[in-house]
Design a protein. Structure first.
Length: 202
């Protein structure tokens, strides 16, 4: 029958990944569960949980995504996710965006100014994170990471409660020398932490 696809064909096509026709927003769609790579060139808004727990997703491209239009837990639980392509205009993210992912290099977030709850929580491979424009780190932003050794935030002036909580391999954190606020237990249970540097001042 014309246009008919059986389940086997559908699964193989999904696993291959692909480019999608024009659309401007995404909501939680379990259709993506088996994709390994995805390109949405025209999407400007991604809502809560859109790709959450897509266990096979390795790479995604959202080059037209608008600042403030990435909502919560978008990639949370994508434990094979390694590469993400965003617009350079991104300044803020929704909470838990990259929680429990496989990403090692976050240089694509070079203009981010705010890091919200559980943003970089449970990362499997990241050893060093450098975010030069971040001004605020929220509750549990860097939480329970597996290999994280260094976090460099030279513009950060606000560190909220439990911001760096239980990172057993974390050795150094760099913050702004104009640091204004550090919340309760901001660096709790980091057994390897040796130094907190304020832009060159330990």
């Amino acid at each position: 029958m014309s246009g008919h696809h059986n389940k086997k064909d559908h699964k193989e096509n999904c696993t291959a990944g692909g480019n999608f026709p024009p659309c401007t927003f995404l909501r939680c769609i379990f259709f993506f569960y088996n994709f390994t790579n995805i390109n949405f060139p025209n999407v400007t808004t991604v809502y809560n949980d859109a790709f959450s727990n897509c266990r096979n997703l390795v790479e995604i491209s959202l080059p037209s995504l608008c600042d403030g239009e990435l909502y919560e837990r978008v990639f949370s639980g994508c434990d094979k996710l390694e590469r993400v392509n965003f617009s350079d205009d991104m300044v803020s993210l929704g909470g838990s965006t990259f929680a429990n992912t496989n990403i090692k290099d976050f240089s694509f977030l070079s203009n981010i100014e705010y890091v919200y709850d559980f943003e970089f929580s449970g990362l499997y491979k990241a050893e060093s994170i450098y975010l030069p424009e971040v001004k605020l780190v929220d509750y549990h932003s860097f939480d329970r990471n597996h290999c994280l050794k260094e976090v460099v935030l030279p513009s950060c002036t606000t560190v909220n409660e439990n911001a760096f909580y239980f990172n057993p391999t974390l050795k150094e954190v760099v913050l702004s020398d104009n640091l204004e606020y550090v919340g309760t237990a901001a660096f709790a249970k980091n057994i390897s932490l040796k130094s907190i540097v304020l832009n060159g001042l330990k």
